[in-house]
Design a protein around this ligand. Sequence first.
Ligand SMILES: [Fe+2]
Length: 435
Amino acid sequence: MALNPYFEPAPNGDTAFTISPPRIKFGRGALRELGYDAKALGMSRVALFTDAQVATLAPMAIAKAALSEAGIDAVIYDEVEVEPTDRSFKAATAFALDGGFDGYISVGGGSVMDTCKAANLYATHPVDDFLAYVNAPIGGALAAPGPIKPHIACPTTFGTASECTAMSIFDLLEMEVKTGIANPVLKPDLGIIDPDTLATLPSEIVAANAFDVFSHAIESYTALPYTKREPVSDPTKRPVSQGANPMSDLNCLEAIRLIGVNLVDAVKAPTPDHFEALAFSGMLAGIGFGNAGCHMPHAMSYAVAGLVRDYEPKGWQSNHPMVPHGISVIVNAPAVFRRTGPACPERHLAAAEAMGADISGAAPENAGDILAERVADLMRETDMPNGNSGVGYSEDDLDALTERTHAQQRLVKLAPMAVDKAMIKEMFRDSLRYW
Ligand SMILES: [Fe+2]
């Protein structure tokens, strides 16, 4: 019998998957060991990346003290933009080029870790054209000519899992598009996940991050399996996002279960145990989607975030309209599940059960709806916006949202069935309101 019948080889499908697990240290108080870890990686003078807000918080104080105790010279760069752009990546690269650093440390959320990854790449292997390393078709998807400097990523949120992945996401200003760099060298040499760093997160950010984790996990779990993805001609160049595989399945289903058990209490009455569970689920899902990949909710999120008009979320200290990442993802998710359900109903049902739904007697044809309803119930219970109308969109925006989403082919192609523009538009229409 096959290892897992779901991964039965398909004609013209790939026949192997690779597992590149990140190196992670996980535990309460782990950030205090940063100096030892930096030394072990041969660092003596580091670029310490953060943002203006995190710069004033306890995790940065802990990181600075740990580096200083280890005798490591740290130069702080706190000009990371939340939702970074090519402009902010270039500014960070200029800082990195000037500093003569032998290592990089990032303390913050996804924006900080992603900016640090990019600055390390561009400063270690400079290119004339910024787009050279950027994902195709926007950029040249150039492979790095060699390793980059060691990087220790220390997340202070738990959604992005940037510490686990070889990706760096940013807004390309001239094309008004969110894109990224997916390059194996970008994976940090070490991620230090210290659940204590989450203690001061506002409840809105906890909810948004938890839904981001859930969506990483469910998208990877329902992604087109690697056995149905077209193989690459050069087996050393398998894409970072390979599709669902037996390893990512294990991580992702457990991540979904942990979110299902902890989400509501973590938002309404959090304890250190909740933060430990959330941080661990974020890591599991991060490893899962780092090897499998996301599809429609994330593809749609880039349009939802990019076309924002006047939505200003509670809980985030931003002085401009924005749809935070976890929110821009989850507002699409229930509408997507209703469409993707028929492609792999047993997976949608397993996820619904892991999220706490009663699936006894459920028919496979209702799998997508059952998962959609469970997620919408949890969104409502944790004060998330009511679909895309809740972040300011209406019927008038469907075409613009659809066009931008369709451009995210790297993600759209990982959906468990073919998705064209008409279907994307229907997904957005269904996503406007859930209750
Ligand atoms: Fe995400």
